[in-house]
Design a protein around this ligand. Structure first.
Ligand code: PNS
Length: 163
């Protein structure tokens, strides 16, 4: 049976930290779905369609398009996972400070649907300090984000500035 994994997140915007998890995640399953969702606790800079587009382009640049599908979802992640016949949820863990939230999320998902397992991938050392919020802050103050994101994301920030 095909093993399908889901890597879900807000990806506002996708960073090299996310891309590293995607590169490693594709090795864990026959196919990987990047599920782009809404975290009710967050406000987003980029609309959902733009976040999806930036993931697709960034993934394609790495030559991973054939292993990865990018899909928006709403509602519960485990419902989406079941609809897609996925059995694994992948989450990245950067620092100990991520753990409390990630633990709660994994427990909630386990409680709602015990058939789906969450797997945590530890971020590479170089990516520990990178997250989408910091990238947005650096970009807001015209700092250099080229180390953290793909050229497509840099262009997307430029489009916002030029509006
Ligand atoms: O990148 P994020 O913001 O940490 O991603 C969080 C996301 C979107 C994966 C999470 O908020 C989510 O799964 N939202 C959908 C609703 C849901 O299933 N919540 C978990 C059970 S309470």
């Amino acid at each position: 049976m095909e093993k399908i994994a889901i890597y879900a997140g807000s990806f506002d915007p996708i960073t090299i930290g996310h891309l590293d998890i995607i590169q490693r995640g594709v090795k864990l399953a026959d196919s990987l779905i990047i599920a782009v969702g809404e975290n009710v606790r967050k406000k987003y800079l980029f609309p959902l369609e733009k976040r999806v587009e930036l993931i697709e382009k960034s993934v394609s640049e790495l030559g991973l398009s054939q292993f990865v599908k990018v899909k928006p979802f709403d509602g519960l992640l485990v419902d989406f996972a079941q609809k897609e016949s996925a059995t694994i949820l992948i989450r990245g863990l950067r620092a100990f400070t991520d753990f409390d939230y990630e633990y709660q999320l994994a427990l909630a998902n386990q409680d709602i649907c015990g058939r789906i397992e969450t797997i945590f991938l530890i971020a590479k050392k170089n990516n520990i300090a990178i997250n989408s919020s910091l990238v947005k802050e650096i970009a807001y103050f015209d700092g250099d984000i080229s180390k953290y994101v793909s050229k497509y994301v840099i262009d997307a920030f430029k489009e916002i500035k030029n509006r």
